[in-house]
Design a protein. Structure first.
Lengths: 410, 440
């Protein structure tokens, strides 16, 4: 690296590419900076490591999500289940998506770093991975590229970069697709990835590699229709919802483990739970937000569940413990709501913030005929209220200090 | 009163054991840096080449000629340096170690009891002991015309490898009691003595007018800002004074003997070797005299203060009036490949192996404000304070509780900050802003 730096500096074109070199350097090595007056020692924790912990916590969700892509495909085609093949198939879908997201988002990040003459921030990797986990596996690549562009540019860079954004960039990216192209985010035909008819060069290359591995005969399928558990109530099947779920083979334990159709990373509450344990153990996420969110969700879904005169197949009739494992609720609770940048500061504020996210997410899910996945809207809405939270906690802190001053020990 | 502090970080694990007090060989030079005496704009009272007596004033405040700083040793002034705009920056004395000291009135406990505020203040100013007192807000030598709300005598220091004043205080109980009694004459309010809960405090209970508090818990339980925040938070216009228990001993010893107490107790910690030693030397001694010649200083940083809060200095610099610790830590060695990938280690916990001047990362925007709440036991919010500083909002800074805090109180948060924000320096900016806007 040092040799590279020197040669660049000699040629006088090091300046423009400084962020690139810095990025590679900071990826490979720990930082080279030393402390200055007055604090001469610093803890080993830095933002790079924070992000790495979040990535590690996301690993179970990624692995189970990738496996589930293949699992759903095999299930839809009625082929015999092979765990390894399912995982491999999932990787074939997930890696290109992640690659495109990283490439496009990374280029934007780099562009802004060059324009603003600063280093590339470490948060981007997490944003990209989070985004890939909250979209359906069938998302077209060009939409992924467009969405992450919005997420990075509008959601983050226009506010001044990582740490200064008020909205979660990954959710902004998802919101963009949801609003501009609802067809790719809603309905029954998007959750199971099968090979498209007009495959591009790369996907056919990938497929032939896959086929070489699996010894399978090449096949071309139409999109498979498969409703997610949350898609069921809108079908008005006239039966009790629990029975409907049963007839679709969506048992609670399956929903908990994540072997159901859905967005890539959010189907498995189990994986999210492991992630939550890692985040809480390393004290990266706030347990208050998580607990608040959980109870908010439980309370609202229980409230609707206990209401009389509801349609047997309606969303209201789903018991709370099912609500917890459906859709993106757990994933949002663990990884999105707890994002420290877009959370309020105080301890009590975090609890209420979480509570409101959970409650709002459930209310939107149960009462919105348009879009049952309320977690995204709930978190983005509550992100917008964070300045208000901070204002109130500041005022109460000031009041507390004034009381302390008047009561001080004499 | 007992105070229990739960949040914070314990630095005991990185400290070596302490030996007995060593007497340092007499330093060749003794120096004073007037800029260290915040609150005094120096007006030079001596000339180059002048023979001075021990305890003779070297410089005084431009506005208050009784607020002066005296020489700890008799000798000849060999060097006077000034900055470009004519402010004296360094006075170097070549000591001759005669007993040529200015004598003052000796005081007994009975005599002290009869003093009023003006007389006590006059004695402290005349003997040159007044600069030992500092005030919050702003950590500067106080304005003597304004009585403090309370005075804090600090008998503990929880900074890493810091000097524990209590063994010395215990050895010189009589002087300490004399000094503390003098301190009680300076305020109508309370005088708080804060000591560690493990200390034997029965001999301290008898001092009239002094309330003893025992404090337990990790750092920052030993910082005077923590004590003030809990016991006597400040309103706009009020001041608290504080003084170290060791300086109280110096006051007592001056009163007992009638001579300026020149002794300085310095704890020298060298983290590479886990060595710690307590030295007795004179105020203003050259740091060189503390460090044995065999010791290699190459690629080490010498810190006047502690590694958590101090000023880096050179080996030929001089001990300040408030210097209690000199610490030497290694400069950062090398960068590690994939250093960020190790998540098992509890990185917030300092260990002897990773004590060096590594910043462990680059400065970023504030990503995770939760971490401050984990280590700061005070009822403050660092994000709000930083924002108010950025907005230059003085009123808000006052009400958020910055008045009873100093830079030092934010050192632990700076240590823990994952975004590597230099909170201490920002707080300094905020305090300067307050100081320039309001008269205290």
């Amino acid at each position: 690296m040092d040799v590279l730096k020197k040669s660049r500096a000699d040629q006088g074109r090091g300046k423009l590419l400084d962020p690139v070199r810095e990025m590679v350097h900071s990826f490979l090595y720990s930082s080279k900076e030393v402390t200055a007056d007055p604090v001469h020692i610093r803890s080993g924790m830095d933002t790079k490591r924070l992000m790495f912990i979040v990535l590690v916590a996301l690993m179970p969700s990624i692995l189970l999500g990738v496996y589930n892509i293949g699992f759903q495909n095999i299930k839809a085609l009625g082929m015999p289940l092979n765990h390894f093949l399912a995982f491999l198939y999932g990787l074939r879908v997930f890696l290109p998506l992640l690659g495109v997201t990283l490439l496009v988002g990374g280029l934007w990040e780099l562009l802004f770093a060059i324009i603003n003459k600063r280093e590339v921030t470490d948060g981007f990797l997490v944003t990209a991975v989070l985004f890939c986990l909250i979209v359906p596996p069938t998302l077209p690549m060009w939409q992924a590229a467009l969405a992450i562009t919005f997420g990075v540019v509008v959601g983050k860079e226009l506010f001044g970069g990582a740490g200064k954004n008020i909205l979660n960039p990954a959710l902004v990216a998802r919101l963009v697709i949801t609003l501009f192209s609802p067809a790719t985010m809603l309905g029954d035909r998007i959750w199971v990835y099968t090979d498209p008819q007009n495959s591009t060069f790369f996907s056919s290359l990938a497929r032939s590699l896959f086929d070489a591995f699996t010894n399978a005969t090449p096949s071309v399928h139409d999109a498979v229709s498969m409703a997610t558990p949350l898609g069921l109530p809108s079908k008005d099947l006239g039966e009790r919802i629990v029975q409907v779920l049963h007839s679709y083979d969506y048992s609670w334990i399956q929903c908990f483990l994540g072997t159901i159709p859905g967005s890539i990373g959010e189907t498995s509450a189990f994986a999210c739970l492991i992630g939550a344990i890692i985040l809480l153990w390393k004290r990266v996420a706030s347990w208050r937000t998580m607990i608040g969110c959980f109870f908010g969700g439980v309370m609202v879904s229980l409230l609707f569940y206990l209401l009389p005169n509801k349609a047997p197949a309606a969303m209201e009739s789903i018991p709370p413990h099912f609500h917890m494992v459906f859709g993106g609720f757990t994933f949002g609770m663990v990884f999105m709501a707890t994002d420290p940048v877009t959370s309020p500061f105080g301890a009590r504020a975090k609890l209420i913030y979480g509570l409101l996210i959970g409650a709002l997410a459930m209310a939107i899910r149960i009462k919105s005929p348009f879009y049952p996945e309320g977690m995204m809207f709930a978190i983005l809405l509550m992100n917008c209220t964070v300045p208000l939270f901070n204002h109130i906690s500041k005022k109460s802190l000031i009041r507390r200090r004034e009381q302390a001053r008047s009561k001080s020990f004499q | 009163m007992q105070l229990f502090i739960k949040k914070g970080l314990n630095f005991n694990s990185i400290c070596g054991s302490l030996g007995e007090v060593k007497l340092v060989p007499k330093p060749k030079n003794v120096g004073y840096r007037p800029c260290e005496y915040k609150g005094i704009i120096p007006n030079l009272l001596v000339k180059l080449g002048q023979q001075i007596r021990g305890g003779q004033p070297l410089f005084c405040d431009v506005n208050d000629s009784t607020k002066n700083v005296v020489s700890s040793v008799p000798g000849i002034i060999t060097q006077i340096e000034s900055t470009a705009n004519g402010i004296v920056s360094k006075i170097i004395i070549n000591p001759d170690w005669d007993d040529n000291y200015i004598t003052h009135e000796r005081m007994t406990l009975k005599r002290v009891d009869t003093l009023n505020y003006g007389e006590a203040l006059g004695y402290l100013k005349k003997t040159g002991l007044f600069p030992y007192f500092r005030q919050r807000p702003f950590d500067k030598i106080p304005n003597p015309n304004k009585k403090p709300k309370a005075i804090f005598i600090n008998g503990m220091d929880t900074n890493p490898c810091a000097l524990n004043p209590m063994p010395t205080v215990k050895q010189q109980q009589e002087e300490f009691v004399l000094g503390a009694t003098m301190v009680t004459k300076l305020t109508n309010g309370a005088v708080h003595l804060c000591i560690d809960s493990n200390e034997d405090d029965h001999y301290l209970q008898t001092i009239d007018g002094v309330t003893t508090h025992t404090i337990s818990g990790p750092h920052p339980s030993g910082l005077v800002g923590t004590h003030m925040h809990m016991l006597s938070p400040l309103q706009k216009g009020e001041t608290n004074w504080y003084i170290s228990a060791l300086d109280c001993v110096a006051i007592g010893s001056t009163m007992k003997q009638g001579l300026y107490a020149r002794d300085a107790y310095i704890n020298l910690a060298q983290t590479v070797t886990e060595r710690q030693a307590l030295f007795r030397t004179v105020i203003g001694a050259q740091i060189e005299s503390l460090i044995s010649e065999s010791y290699q200083i190459k690629e080490q940083r010498i810190i006047d203060g502690t590694m958590l809060f101090g000023k880096s200095c050179r080996i030929d610099d001089f001990l300040g009036l408030y210097t209690r610790n000199i610490q030497i830590i290694p400069e950062k060695r090398n960068k590690k490949l994939f250093g960020w990938a190790n998540i098992m280690q509890n990185l917030l916990k300092p260990s002897l192996q990773n004590i060096d001047t590594d910043k462990h990362g680059a400065t970023r925007a504030m990503l995770d404000p939760n971490i401050y709440d984990q280590v700061v036991p005070l009822d403050i919010s660092i994000p709000f304070i930083l924002k108010a500083i950025e907005q230059q909002n003085c009123k808000e800074l006052e009400s958020l509780g910055l008045l009873d805090l100093g830079e030092e109180d934010f050192a632990l948060a700076t240590f823990a900050c994952p975004s590597k924000i230099d909170i201490c320096s920002r707080v300094r900016e905020g305090l300067n802003l307050l100081e320039s806007n309001v008269e205290y």
